[in-house]
Design a protein around this ligand. Structure first.
Ligand code: AMP
Ligand code: GLY
Length: 431
């Protein structure tokens, strides 16, 4: 029997705890630090340790005889949490810090893609502001400006004019708006098309694909307003059929796994390819070194069987692809309920009503993101993305209908959400 530690506090980590609690091999789960949803999940208890405090994590893991660690967010991965647990003899799901550079350094990632022929936009890396400005004056393509380092999803600017592009470069290289993350800047070719996320379980050598998912990054309906961490998702994305997925596996995911192994930094964990499906085929916008959020909330309910097996397999270099099976026919959809003002500043501490009746509907799971329990044990808001209301059914239209129906039971002060999650797929004629 396993004692697990799950690092993180979002809906992605609640979804991982929920799925792993169903494993007959799992006895106890510690969610570090978790949220009100993990606090109420079977076999699970919250532990108030900062996921970046590695020495506190290691002390706790040794004391409580933790057998296996599952890492949700990128920051501890980039800082080497998997390496730290490995030195203590505790296996952990997620890449080493060296392999996590595929997300934590966009300059590394683009150079790596170029070395292995992974389809990607043209790009240049700059540290010098004058050189960057000279390049902008003659760039042979429409540009996107990116801070190379981790910037909590805010380091990408798609400028509407040359002036905006120059401002973005100056903000990063001169004003250091993103700190060290913006000490190197990528100027890359702007791609056009539909975005889709394709994730795979990887054990350093082998890989097994997950169903493709589509996220909705903009805060308002019709993809308007500023970008967020993600306002909803659905899977499988009908945009990619089996043959398109096979091409993505062959031309994008396998070359990464081979290249990482060849460079002595084998990739273990979830590999997330953020793709643009262009008129010239799929191209990589970015790689992430972890499950997506909200992608995990729609992918994990479709997983059939014991999730512990592939996670352990990835961590120990023994992934058995026959243990990775997906419900068919089935689809899942998730709508994020956000706090008023998000993605800007927002209040906390608002009581949340209707959780029980929402979750009592069949095929519905309300994953918690920014929630906590107050002094009287009520569930209250504690973040920008508050809940990821998720449903699954035999088809995407049914899953979407269920998710919105469940959401209709939930209330908190100023709650807002997108009303058009999945609309593009529904209108595509493919479902
Ligand atoms: P990233 O964090 O690199 O995925 O970028 C965040 C968002 O910026 C993506 O989801 C895209 O919507 C957009 N984006 C990033 N790179 C490009 C690009 N080369 N062309 C067009 N849009 C992009
Ligand atoms: N949903 C986008 C991400 O997890 O990065």
């Amino acid at each position: 029997m396993f004692t697990l530690l799950i690092l993180g506090s979002g809906a992605r980590e609640h979804a991982l705890a929920w799925k792993l609690a169903q494993s007959p091999q799992v006895r106890t789960i510690f969610a570090v630090p978790g949220n009100a949803g993990t606090a109420r999940e079977a076999k699970t208890q919250n532990i108030p340790i900062d996921p970046m405090d590695f020495s506190a994590l290691l002390t706790f893991a040794r004391e409580r005889e933790v057998d296996f660690v599952v890492v949700g967010p990128e920051a501890p991965l980039a800082a080497g949490v998997v390496d730290a647990f490995a030195r203590a003899g505790i296996p952990a799901f997620g890449p080493s810090a060296a392999a996590a550079r595929i997300e934590s350094s966009k300059a590394f990632a683009r150079d790596f893609m170029a070395r292995y022929g992974v389809p990607a936009p043209r790009y240049r890396v700059f540290e010098d502001v004058d050189a960057a400005m000279r390049f902008l004056r003659t760039a042979p393509f429409e540009v996107v400006i990116k801070a190379s380092g981790l910037a909590a999803g805010k380091g990408v600017i798609v400028p509407q004019s040359r002036e905006e592009a120059e401002d973005a470069v100056r903000a990063m290289l001169v004003e250091r708006r993103f700190g060290e993350a913006g000490a190197r800047v990528l100027i890359e070719e702007r791609l056009f098309g539909q975005e889709v996320s394709v994730l795979a379980f990887c054990d350093g050598e082998r890989l097994a694909l997950m169903p493709p998912a589509q996220d909705h990054k903009a805060v308002f309906d019709g993809d308007r307003g500023p970008n967020t961490g993600g306002m909803g998702a659905y899977a499988p994305a009908p945009l990619l059929d089996a043959s398109a997925l096979a091409v993505i596996e062959r031309d994008i995911l396998r070359p990464v796994v081979r290249g990482m192994a060849a460079e002595g930094t084998p990739y273990r964990g979830a590999l997330y390819a953020g793709l643009m499906i262009t008129s010239h085929g799929p191209k990589v916008l970015e790689f992430n070194c972890r499950f997506g959020d909200p992608e995990a909330e729609v992918i994990l309910p479709l997983f059939e069987g014991d999730l512990l097996a592939p996670l352990l397999g990835c961590a120990t270099g023994a992934l058995d692809a026959t243990q990775v099976r997906w419900r068919r026919p089935a689809a899942a959809a998730c709508v994020v309920a956000a706090a008023p003002g998000y993605p800007g500043p927002y209040p906390k501490g608002a009581p949340i009503h209707g959780l029980e009746s929402a979750a009592s509907q069949p095929g519905v799971m309300v994953f918690h993101a920014g929630t906590t329990l107050d002094a009287t044990n009520r569930v209250v808001t504690n973040g920008g993305r508050v809940l990821a209301v998720t449903a699954w059914a035999q088809s995407l239209p049914e899953a979407l209908e269920r998710a919105y129906q469940a959401l209709g039971d939930i209330r908190f002060e100023g709650m807002h959400y997108r009303r058009d999650i999945g609309a593009r797929a529904l209108n595509s004629g493919l479902v």
